[in-house]
Design a protein around this ligand. Structure first.
Ligand code: HEM
Length: 417
């Protein structure tokens, strides 16, 4: 008999608002039924894929397991609302996550160079200045704050706005849209809006950006996208706006959630924190561990293009697969002591940025941001502790800590000397 409670829990946003529950649920799946046929009430069924090796096997075969037409988990009700709002299209945007080859490669190429380490080095001064500004602000408000809402959400947004060339006065507007976009089922994050409204708000904002860049090209990613050509013709508006939405949305809360969740990991592991303070060269490795530990992207879907067999399960052409990155990242067969935060874990071939042709385009940027932030933070903060209970976003798609009350004590000048 089907365990409907288990299936409903996989789809339920609330599961992800309780990290212990989330990890218990996926550990059970890895143990008992790692490729699990899932039929949650109100959702089209899918296979839940929980083992590291299986995720890699599936993601590396991008022609057999495609991204269209189902990218992420939406209720049947919501899927029909999307079709209605989009004149029959099954998706609100068409950007890299909603594309397969050959289109995916063509669109990825447009911005690829901007996200490579060589280009990012030109941004390092700006990133360090933004990291410094974040720690300045933390200390200016007395060291006691809700670290996620007062600090972590601003810093990656500012880095992203720099790359896209967007003005600082648009910050609050973009912040609101992103939070509504990723609120999932979380009433606190959605602020009365929903995903369709949030996407339209993004599109409206970026319409003006594209128009302006076509008239006044600049040296930024927004111009690259607005002026790009696909197969010898100018990029279509819908695809240009979709590209902006993908970068603005994927590049923001992922990184804030990792920085906030990474800080919580250091609070819970004071030895790791003191070690990083003493040996800052370990921070890049610790940043990777933070991404593994937090795994802010809870899933992406793939759809089988042909019949396929894995672990004796017969996947039929057209079936969809829910790829659980947090589960792959806690897989006991892939990681030594997966439930421990090990700042200098090596090797650490985690799946926090995904794998294969769709692996995160912003991974070098994200890592550089996390490293710049913690270099500054650990250099200037002596001690940090919880000042209240943390809370997690209730979302099955993307999110992490949504409240992190902390108390920080700066280093004294004598410590610096
Ligand atoms: C710690 C921060 C981040 C994490 C954990 C993260 C994680 C991910 C994951 C898991 C995927 C899906 C991979 C797959 O399907 O296998 C993804 C895709 C993507 N990410 Fe990130 N990401 C982060 C930061 C960023 C940043 C800073 C940007 C850009 C500014 C970005 C842009 C994208 C885009 C455009 C995609 C779609 C790629 C494609 O489908 O080809 N991400 N990311």
């Amino acid at each position: 008999m089907r365990d409907t409670t288990l299936d409903n829990a996989i789809a339920d946003h609330k599961t992800y608002g309780d990290v212990e529950l989330q990890h218990r649920l996926f550990a059970r799946l890895r143990r008992e039924d790692p490729i699990h046929w899932t039929e949650p009430a109100g959702y089209r069924p899918f296979w839940t894929v929980t083992k590291y090796a299986d995720i890699i096997e599936i993601e590396r075969q991008a022609d057999r397991f495609i991204n269209t037409p189902r990218t992420k988990l939406l209720s049947i009700d919501f899927e029909s609302k999307v079709r209605e709002a989009m004149n029959g299209r099954p998706m609100l945007v068409r950007a890299l996550p909603q594309m397969d080859n050959p289109d995916h490669a063509k669109y990825q190429k447009l911005t690829h160079a901007w996200f490579q380490p060589r280009q990012l080095r030109t941004l390092s001064d700006r990133m360090e200045a933004l990291a410094k500004e974040s720690v300045d602000r933390l200390l200016a408000i007395g060291g006691e704050c809700d670290f996620y809402n007062d600090i972590a959400i601003y810093y990656p947004l500012r880095v992203l706005m720099t790359i896209l060339g967007l003005p600082r006065e648009d910050e609050q507007r973009l912040l609101k849209i992103t939070q509504a976009y990723f609120g999932g089922g979380d009433p606190e994050m959605q602020q009365g809006s929903d995903l369709i409204d949030a996407t339209l708000a993004y599109v409206n904002y970026f319409k003006d950006v594209a128009k302006e860049r076509r008239q006044n090209p600049r040296d930024d990613v927004a111009t690259v996208i607005a002026m790009s050509e696909i197969d010898g013709r100018p990029i279509e508006d819908f695809e240009a706006y979709s590209y902006y939405v993908a970068l603005a949305s994927a590049g923001h809360d992922t990184t804030s959630a990792t920085i906030a969740g990474g800080l919580l990991a250091l609070i819970e592991n004071p030895d790791a924190m003191s070690r990083l303070q003493r040996e800052p060269d370990l921070i890049p490795g610790a940043a990777e561990e933070m991404v593994r530990w937090v795994s802010p992207v809870k899933h992406f879907f793939r759809t089988a293009a042909a019949d396929y067999e894995i672990r004796s399960k017969k996947i039929k052409a057209g079936d969809s697969l829910f790829i659980s990155f947090p589960s792959g990242n806690r897989d006991e067969e892939a990681f030594d002591r997966p439930f421990e935060f090990i700042a200098d874990r090596s090797p650490n071939r985690h799946l926090g940025f995904g794998f294969g042709i769709h692996a995160c385009i912003g991974r070098h940027l994200a890592k550089a941001e996390i490293v710049a932030f913690f270099r500054e933070f650990l250099r200037r903060i002596d001690h940090v502790e919880l000042a209240g209970k943390p809370a997690w976003t209730e979302t099955s798609f993307l999110g992490g800590v949504k409240r992190l009350p902390v108390r920080c004590r700066p280093r004294s000048r004598a410590d610096d000397a």
